[in-house]
Ligand binder design. Structure first.
Ligand code: FEO
Ligand code: CA
Ligand code: CA
Length: 673
C-alpha cells in the first residue's frame, strides 16, 4: 500500500481509496454488545467466543490430518535496512525493477525511457506465482526452471525519473512541467504497472537468473484486453476506444493474484479508482464512480494531463464531454476493478477481464479445491475500509480435460454475511433475486456487476476491516482471509468478526463451508488470530502473541502444500515505526500452524517496504518473496536533500527498488522446516 497522495478533497493514505461505503448495512452493534464487549474478549472472552459461540462441527474444529513441520528459529523484530532470515537460510535478490526481460544489461532505471520500461520488470512487485516450465500444472513440475509471473501494483515516481533528483517529493505523483505531465514520464509509469512474465532458472551454482524466452512478456496499464462475462458489451462499458463495450486497455494497481486449476494466472485490480478523474459536477458523478471513489479534482499520477493529449493518456479523464459514451471516456473507469486472466504460456494471448467475479478493489482471488463434476469456487476480498468478502461459484462443473477461463464467465457471485453466533451466509448478487431488480436500479446482471459494491450493500453484507488475501487449507479446506486494519471503526460499529474499534492491528478470519462443500451457501467461522502486541492479541490456541511472533496488519496469506500458513504484513508507510505500530518494526513474514495456532516470525524486510507475494517451487526448497517499495517512508525534505532511508537492494548511494528475493535453506531442505 502506498501513502502520500493527498487530494484536496480526500485525506487518505495514497494506496487506499477514499472511504466510499455509505450504505446503512448493520454493524451488528446490538448483538455484538451482548456477545462480546471489547473488554470481554480482552479478558479471555475471545476463547469463549471462539469455542462457545460456534455450533458443533464448526469452523474451529479441524479435520485431523498432517500438521506442518515448522522448525526454524524465529527472527526478532527489526528496523534495519536489510532482509533478515532465520539461521541456516540464505536469500538472493532477483529481478529488481528495470531488469530487462531479454537478459540484456539495460540502462539504469532512472535513465530508462518509457518504451524501455515496457520491456523490463515493472515496479512494486506484489502477488506472484512460479509456473513450472513444463506448463502442465500450476504446482507440479520443475523446481529449477519456470515462468515467474508477478504483479506490479503501483509506482514511486521519484525513484524512477532523473528529473526527480533534488525535488521535494513524497512517494506520490511527479509535479507538472509547464502545466502538463511529461508524456514519456507518464508512459514510463504506465509501463511500470501491470504484470511481468519472466522465465527464470537455477544455475549449477544455485543462483537463479533470467532466461531469454519468447514467453517473457510485459502486460502494462496500456495492453489491449478483452472483456468477458455478463458485463461484456454492456452500455456502461462503451467508450471511444471500444464503442461496443467489449475491450479496454490495460490493468491497474495489480495487488494480489490467483492461479487457476487450468494453469493460468489471474491478476486483480485493487485501488484503480484513483487513476482516473471525473471533473463533471460531483453531484452528477455516476454511482458506479462515486461508490468506488473516482476523484473529482486530480488523478493519482496526472496521466490524463500528459502533454499533447494523446488518447492513451486522455482516457484517464472520465469527465463527460461528448454527445454519448462512445464520444468520450466517461465509462473508462468501468473497465477496471475486475479480475484479469492471463495465459503466461501463450505470449500472443490477449488478457481477459472476467466480469462475473465482480467489480471492486480486488485484493486477490483464491480457489477452493476442484473436484471433477463440481462447480469451481473462487474467493475474493474487497480491500477498502468497511468493504466485503465475495465468492464466485461457476454454473458449469469442472472437468479437468476441458477446463478453461470460460468457467469464470457464468455463475453466481455471492457476498458474505458474518453472523454474531459464528455462522455465516453467502448472499447471491444475482439479477432478479431479492432486491436486485430493475425497480431498484439494476436493469440486468451487467449492471449488478459494474455496481458490485452497491449490490452487496443492497443485500446486507457484513462490512469488514479491509479484506486482503485469502488462502485455503490444503488439508481441511478451511478458508482464511486477512483483515488488515480499520482505524475508522468506532465502538458502536464493532461486530463479532471485526471486534475492535480503531483497529490498528488487524485479524485473520477463517471459515468452514457447510458440509465442506465450497459451493455451499452457509458457513461457520471463527477468528484464527487477532494481531497486535502481547497485551492486545489472541491466536487460535487461545494464547497471546509474543516477542517471537507479534505482528500487525496482515495482508499476504498463502498455504504451502505442507500446510504451512505464511502471513505477510503491510503496516502502512504513515504508521511504520510510529506510535502503536512502532513495536512491530519493519514489515515481516511469519509462518503459522493452522491446527495449533503456533506462529513464528520468519523474515523481516528492509526500511519502508511491505513484504508481499510468496510462492515456492513444487519441491518447496526454493521460496520467492517480494519486497515492495523499500524507502517509501523517506520524507520529501530528505529526498530533496539526497537522503533516502533505504538503499535496498543495490547498496550505498543507490536508490531503492522493489525486487524478488529467492530464499533457500543452506542444507537444501524444505523452507520452514
Ligand atoms: Fe494492495 Fe490490499 O494491498
Ligand atoms: Ca495492503
Ligand atoms: Ca496487498
Amino acid at each position: 500500500m502506498i501513502h502520500s497522495q493527498h487530494d484536496a478533497l480526500v485525506d487518505l493514505e495514497a494506496g487506499d481509496e477514499p472511504l466510499s461505503n455509505p450504505s446503512a448495512n448493520p454493524f451488528f452493534t446490538d448483538i455484538a454488545a451482548q456477545r462480546m464487549s471489547r473488554r470481554g474478549w480482552m479478558a479471555g472472552g475471545m476463547a469463549a467466543f471462539m469455542t462457545g459461540f460456534l455450533p458443533a462441527g464448526s469452523a474451529k474444529a479441524s479435520v485431523t490430518g498432517p500438521q506442518p513441520a515448522i522448525g526454524f528459529q524465529p527472527v526478532p523484530v527489526a528496523a534495519q535496512d536489510r532482509v533478515t532470515l532465520p539461521p541456516g537460510y540464505s536469500a538472493q535478490v532477483l529481478i529488481p525493477q528495470g531488469t530487462m526481460l531479454d537478459g540484456s544489461a539495460g540502462r539504469p532505471l532512472v535513465e530508462m525511457s518509457g518504451e524501455e520500461q515496457g520491456r523490463a520488470i515493472g515496479a512494486h512487485h506484489d502477488g506472484m506465482h512460479f509456473f513450472p516450465i513444463e506448463g502442465q500444472s500450476p504446482d507440479q513440475g520443475s523446481s529449477t526452471e519456470g515462468l515467474l509471473v508477478l504483479n506490479h501494483e503501483y509506482v514511486e515516481p521519484r525513484f524512477m525519473h532523473a528529473r526527480a533528483a533534488g525535488l521535494s517529493l513524497g512517494a506520490g505523483r511527479m509535479p507538472l512541467e509547464d502545466g502538463a505531465r511529461n508524456p514519456d514520464e507518464a508512459l514510463k509509469e504506465i509501463n511500470a504497472h501491470g504484470v511481468s512474465v519472466v522465465r527464470i532458472a537455477r544455475g549449477t551454482d544455485g543462483a537463479w537468473n533470467v532466461v531469454a524466452d519468447p514467453r517473457n512478456r510485459r502486460i502494462t496499464a496500456a495492453t489491449p484486453m478483452e472483456i468477458a462475462g455478463p458485463a461484456r458489451g454492456h452500455a456502461l462499458l462503451r467508450t471511444t476506444y471500444s464503442p461496443d463495450g467489449t475491450r479496454t486497455r490495460g490493468t491497474l494497481n495489480n495487488c494480489a493474484h490467483g492461479v487457476t486449476p487450468w494453469n493460468t494466472y489471474l491478476t486483480c485490480e485493487e485501488n484503480w479508482a484513483g487513476y482516473f478523474v471525473n471533473r463533471t459536477q460531483p453531484e452528477q458523478r455516476p454511482r458506479e464512480q462515486a461508490r468506488y471513489g473516482v476523484p473529482v479534482q486530480q488523478s493519482r499520477y496526472n496521466w490524463d494531463q500528459a502533454r499533447g493529449g494523446a488518447d492513451e493518456f486522455a482516457r484517464f479523464d472520465a469527465t463527460t464531454r461528448g454527445a454519448d459514451a462512445t464520444a468520450d471516456y466517461r465509462n473508462e473507469p468501468n473497465g477496471f476493478g475486475w479480475v484479469v486472466e492471463i495465459n503466461p504460456f501463450d505470449p500472443a494471448s490477449t488478457p481477459v477481464k472476467r466480469t462475473a467475479l465482480g467489480r471492486f478493489a480486488h485484493e486477490g482471488v483464491v480457489f477452493g479445491p476442484v473436484a471433477e463434476g463440481r462447480p469451481v469456487v473462487a474467493y475474493s476480498g474487497d480491500d477498502s475500509t468497511f468493504e466485503y468478502i465475495y465468492k464466485f461459484v461457476s454454473r458449469a462443473p469442472y472437468q479437468a480435460a476441458s477446463a478453461s477461463g470460460a468457467l469464470l464467465d457464468e455463475g453466481t457471485l455471492y457476498v458474505a454475511k458474518f453472523n454474531a453466533d459464528g455462522t455465516g451466509e453467502w448472499l447471491p448478487l444475482a439479477h432478479g433475486v431479492g432486491p436486485l431488480t430493475a425497480a431498484n436500479g439494476f436493469a440486468d446482471q451487467g449492471e449488478v456487476l459494474v455496481n458490485t459494491r452497491l449490490a452487496a450493500d443492497t443485500v446486507g453484507a457484513t462490512k469488514m476491516d479491509r479484506p486482503e488475501w485469502g488462502a485455503v487449507d490444503p488439508v481441511d479446506g478451511r478458508v482464511y482471509f486477512t483483515l488488515t486494519n480499520n482505524s475508522r471503526r468506532t465502538e458502536a460499529q464493532v461486530d463479532a468478526a471485526n471486534p475492535r474499534p480503531r483497529n490498528a492491528f488487524g485479524q485473520i478470519v477463517r471459515w468452514r463451508e457447510e458440509g465442506d462443500d465450497h459451493a455451499a451457501t452457509r458457513f461457520a467461522w471463527d477468528l484464527f488470530v487477532i494481531a497486535g502486541p502481547e497485551d492486545n492479541s489472541r491466536v487460535a490456541g487461545d494464547a497471546a502473541l509474543t516477542a517471537d511472533n507479534s505482528f500487525a496488519c496482515p495482508d499476504g496469506l498463502w498455504f504451502d502444500a505442507d500446510r504451512r500458513l505464511w502471513i505477510q504484513t503491510d503496516i502502512g508507510e504513515n504508521e511504520q515505526l510510529r506510535g502503536a505500530l512502532a513495536p512491530f518494526g519493519n514489515n515481516a513474514m511469519l509462518c503459522a500452524n493452522p491446527v495449533t495456532g503456533e506462529i513464528r516470525r520468519f523474515l523481516t524486510g528492509p526500511v519502508g517496504q511491505e513484504i508481499t507475494g510468496v510462492v515456492t517451487t513444487p519441491d518447496r526448497r526454493t521460496m520467492f518473496v517480494n519486497v515492495q517499495h523499500p524507502g517509501a517512508t523517506t520524507p520529501a525534505a530528505d529526498f530533496a536533500a539526497g537522503r533516502v532511508n533505504s538503499t535496498w537492494p543495490d547498496g550505498e548511494g543507490r536508490l531503492p527498488r522493489s525486487a524478488t528475493i529467492v530464499i533457500t535453506k543452506n542444507d537444501g531442505g524444505v523452507i520452514g522446516t
